[in-house]
Design a protein around this ligand. Structure first.
Ligand code: ATP
Length: 513
């Protein structure tokens, strides 16, 4: 299967097994909005819990809050979203499709990079052992030509971004001969700015000051509550405030399943520090967040940092943690050094003093802030896409298995009596359910052959199956089958609780951080 086919199969699998459904499907769906089904909700909750505990339990100086989606409209003037939360859009007149102009150019640049890498791979094959990659990159005429093209377009693109030059975006698209992937034509409109915030009204008088926004990020709830939290928690700088919650963005090009949604969830942490120390904290949080990801066991090679060349209006340093999604390395989390931009602006617009008095030095200042911001849904997609495998088995068969890291798997153990018709086995299985149910998410299943039941559990990523057979009645042992290796071991019933808790609980994952 190509990567695209695998991704399509994953999306279908998520629906078939109750992880993720397109929203309002009986009315033909609503673009870029998805609902989580019974298993997706569990997976998502586990991921949120892993993040929440890592932030608030493992750091004495981080507390969590829960602020509202609706906020005073001035919030979004202070944050810069009213003036600058825009995407440059372009339409193709033939396909009638709308695209982000920056994305079209980035994809063009990515294709050049891929061409260069292909050329390098060819060289490696041709020269074998004696291949000198650095020299090859410096001297191969095809690579040099592509590299020069890349550098020229890249520089123009950066200038267009920095100067917010919409005409230049279009000119780059025309000069590079970028065509619409659907119509194949270059019949483009001009590039326009489009604000991404959704708005609604607080009352029904229709007056213009009724207008209120659905928050496009959760961070501003933290900034606006900074004073309340600092005072009531008596936290001393440096300290952090964490929050998980919904955010809304009117994404124009909403593609790639739950990667880019109009309603999504964020896990954000704002770490307040003394001005001048922010780079140190920025470096610490980069390291800390990468550790959190790698600790899940999905392969360090599947993550990389991507430092921003162009900084957002509020940042003095920024990086993305990118994950190797089925459609390439893409942003999973952002880490930004936001200076005193947000608190400073809220202070100015609200007229309220938002300052910190440092009892040790006697100084008063507006704290600086380092933010870590990750999309819950992108994290769910990272886990599911990494987990999904169609695995060939002996005898020409295959199984679909989700290798979800056990501590975040929606179901940790399946309890399976070998025969549903033998009451001694089913009642023993119920005893085991009673032992496990308070600490371990389980499913009880007695239908169909044991082989089919194993397949069903593999397909939803259950790390362990406990089978109760006739021997169990004699030796009080059960078989535990491992999802990934398919190996089976006999274990006394008295040991299964501790064994399964140890293998699947978040606690051990957190201990490794
Ligand atoms: P992108 O460049 O992909 O649009 P962004 O830089 O606008 O993302 P941020 O504003 O830094 O994203 O948001 C922080 C995190 O929130 C992102 O790293 C991502 O995980 C998540 N996120 C942002 N927009 C969406 C969306 N439309 N759907 C799902 N998750 C999102």
């Amino acid at each position: 299967m190509t990567q695209e086919e695998t991704f399509k199969a994953l999306v279908a699998h998520c629906k078939e097994y109750g992880f993720i459904f397109p929203s309002s499907e009986i009315y033909d769906g609503l673009a870029a909005v998805y609902d989580y089904g019974q298993l997706g909700a569990e997976l998502k909750n586990n991921i949120k819990r892993y993040w929440w505990l890592a932030m608030t339990r493992l750091n004495e100086n981080i507390v969590g809050i829960d602020s509202c989606v609706f906020m005073h409209p001035k919030t979004w003037v202070a944050s810069g979203h009213v003036a600058a939360f825009n995407d440059p859009l372009i339409d193709n007149r033939d396909s009638k499709k709308r695209y982000r102009a920056d994305n079209l150019i980035e994809e063009y640049l990515q294709k050049i990079e891929e061409k260069i890498e292909k050329e390098v791979a060819k060289g490696r094959k041709r020269f074998g052992e004696s291949f000198d990659e650095a020299k090859f990159r410096e001297t191969n005429p095809n690579i040099l030509r592509e590299k020069a093209k890349y550098d020229e377009v890249h520089q123009r693109y950066l200038n267009a971004e920095n100067n917010n030059d919409l005409a230049e975006y279009k000119q780059i698209i025309l000069d590079c001969g970028i065509t619409d992937p659907i119509s194949g034509t270059r019949n483009w409109t001009d590039v326009r700015q489009f604000n991404l915030m959704f708005s609604t009204q607080v009352s029904n008088t229709g007056a213009s000051d009724d207008k209120i926004y659905l928050r496009p990020e959760t961070a501003q709830g933290i900034f606006v509550e900074y004073l309340n939290v600092q005072k009531t928690s008596r936290m001393k700088i440096p300290f952090g405030i964490a929050q998980i919650g919904k955010a809304f963005r009117n994404e124009i090009v909403a593609r790639q399943f739950i990667f880019r949604m109009r309603e999504f969830e964020q896990m954000e942490m704002e770490f307040f520090c003394k001005p001048g120390t922010e780079m140190e904290w920025f470096a610490k949080w980069k390291e800390n967040r990468m550790k959190w990801h790698v600790n899940l066991g999905m392969g360090a090679e599947n993550y990389r940092f991507h430092d921003h060349e162009k900084l957002a209006h509020y940042a003095n340093a920024a990086t993305d943690i990118e994950f190797n999604f089925p459609f390439g390395f893409k942003e999973l989390e952002g880490i930004h050094s936001r200076t005193d931009f947000d608190l400073g602006n809220h202070q100015r617009l609200s007229g309220k003093k938002i300052q910190y008095f440092d009892p040790e030095t006697g100084e008063t200042y507006v704290p600086y802030c380092v933010e870590t911001s990750i999309g819950v849904d992108r994290m769910v997609l990272a886990v599911l896409s990494h987990a999904y495998e169609v695995q060939p088995l002996e005898g020409g068969e295959s199984r679909v298995v989700l290798h979800i890291p056990a501590p975040v798997a929606p179901v940790k153990v399946a309890v399976l009596p070998l025969l549903k018709t033998d009451e001694r086995l089913t009642s023993k299985a119920q005893e085991i359910v009673d032992i496990l149910k308070y600490d371990v998410a389980y499913q009880y299943d007695e239908k169909d052959s044991i082989g089919r039941r194993y397949r069903r559990q593999d397909a939803i990523g259950t790390p362990f199956c406990v089978t109760i057979d006739h021997e169990t009645l004699e030796d009080n042992c059960v078989t535990i089958r491992d999802r990934d290796t398919m190996e089976q071991v006999r274990v006394p019933i008295a040991e299964i609780h501790d064994r399964l808790v140890k293998a699947t609980s978040l606690t051990n994952l957190l201990r490794n951080l």
